[in-house]
Design a protein around this ligand. Sequence first.
Ligand code: KPL
Length: 293
Amino acid sequence: MEHSTPRPVIAILGTGAMARYWAWVLKDRTPLIVGQAPPPYTINQGRREVLNLPYAAWHDPISTPPDVVLLLTKWRNLDVARDWILRLAPNSLVVTLMNGMGQERALSPLPEQQIVAGITTAAATRDDHDQRVVLIRSRGDTFLPHLSDHRLAFFERLASPRIQWVSPEELWMRRWQKLLFNSVINPLSALADCPNGDLPRHPLWSLAPRLLDEGQAVALAAGCQLGQNLTRKLGDLVEETRLNVSSMLQDVRQGLPTEIAAINGFLVNEGSTRGIPTPLNRALVDLIEALAP
Ligand code: KPL
């Protein structure tokens, strides 16, 4: 498919750990990095590699509008990213791999057909000893919708991470599933102040089944059947990302606003619209907001 089409120009919005991870994955495509922290970035995936890529700060002009925007900002920067897209890339295909739900609404007035909301279970974190270094903890799986848009074809060429092309219906289910996993792992690890892999031995982990139940009831009321073995799949993700410090704990440790509103807050709001009680999720929103206002 790619042979017949020109190489798309890619812009990565965001300069946090996940954005740097994807910059490394796509380095041969020389993506433009847009955000607050200019390269070079040091990536550690067993061995260290220094990554130097073209960069623009949010307010800088750019020479060519990108064909594809890979949106990897945190929610706290989403307004800036949306304004950048509307100003400099209004016709680009926007692929988001952010945590949480509600990206399409948050990106309005960008038309929904221009937005591809995928998910990734890749895990990357800043090195505690040197914040300039990003440690890749798990390459995970990345799910994207099976669309015929040729601008997405470059994902097919990637040897790693695993890209799984799924139907829009399956992707919808997987987005809910990932939301639920984040609603358990992220706030509990932030409160327990431990890497994902230590969570199952922490007393707070006893809340995990009830959190999954609340999330599952909200998903069902929203028309999404999440299927079997959620507890086992949650356990698998914790194990796969055991060395990782969750993105929420990374934020809390840096005193930055977290994504709790887009994760557990989303479940609370959806639950209240649909008459599903979510007391535990609500409590976690309050606790995390008190920890990282
Ligand atoms: O999505 C993540 C996050 O930290 O935000 C996981 C997959 C749980 C990895 O830590």
